[in-house]
Design a protein around this ligand. Sequence first.
Ligand SMILES: C[S@@+](CC[C@H](N)C(=O)[O-])C[C@H]1O[C@@H](n2cnc3c(N)ncnc32)[C@H](O)[C@@H]1O
Length: 208
Amino acid sequence: MRSFDYDPKSVACIAELKRRYFPGDPEWIVEEGSVLDKGYLDALGTFDIVYSWGVLHHTGAMYRALENVVPLVKPEGMLYISIYNHQHIQTPVWTWVKRAYNHLPPGLRWALLFPSLVYSWGPRTIIDICRGKPFYTWRHYAEKSMRGMSAWHDVIDWVGGYPFETAKPEDIFRFFHDRRFSLEHLFTCGGGGGCNEFVFRKFPNISR
Ligand SMILES: C[S@@+](CC[C@H](N)C(=O)[O-])C[C@H]1O[C@@H](n2cnc3c(N)ncnc32)[C@H](O)[C@@H]1O
């Protein structure tokens, strides 16, 4: 198994997971590498399963990254990706917010963080107060969320997550269909601002 990321801190995270759960496994290689680096990818070979959750839309060149993963999948192999959903109004607004946040000096970032926090958490907080459980969801977020982050870190992760690109489910379907993949499973975020998740299978090589 091969895990890579281009950020050394993310690589350190994977290395920590390996140390905790599969210490000394010689078949799990964890390293720095970019999905935009064709030379690096070409040397990796091909795989039965290629998995990339929430990565390709943060590269700054999403369609190049999507193209680059195609040769990594063996014929009849599986490709599991998750890609931010495109929303007609929200996507350009969030793209602006995220870009501006990353350009602001750290001391001024609260000016975007605070309104984003109110937008993201205001309605839920009012509901919790009405239920007589003020900030219940906020306080218990880390236990319940899939990714284990505190609510505060999740807000920072969302607002600061740039480069940021999005696609409609049908765009991703068409892209891989044209490259000889069939869609096996699709989990959408219901038109919201989260990720759509896709499981594709590559067609077998046809020999005549
Ligand atoms: C939102 S995080 C991934 C989330 C993670 N997979 C999870 O399940 O929680 C996005 C990751 O994409 C990585 N990334 C961005 N550009 C990349 C590139 N060109 N090559 C490889 N990794 C990249 C970032 O370093 C970051 O670790």
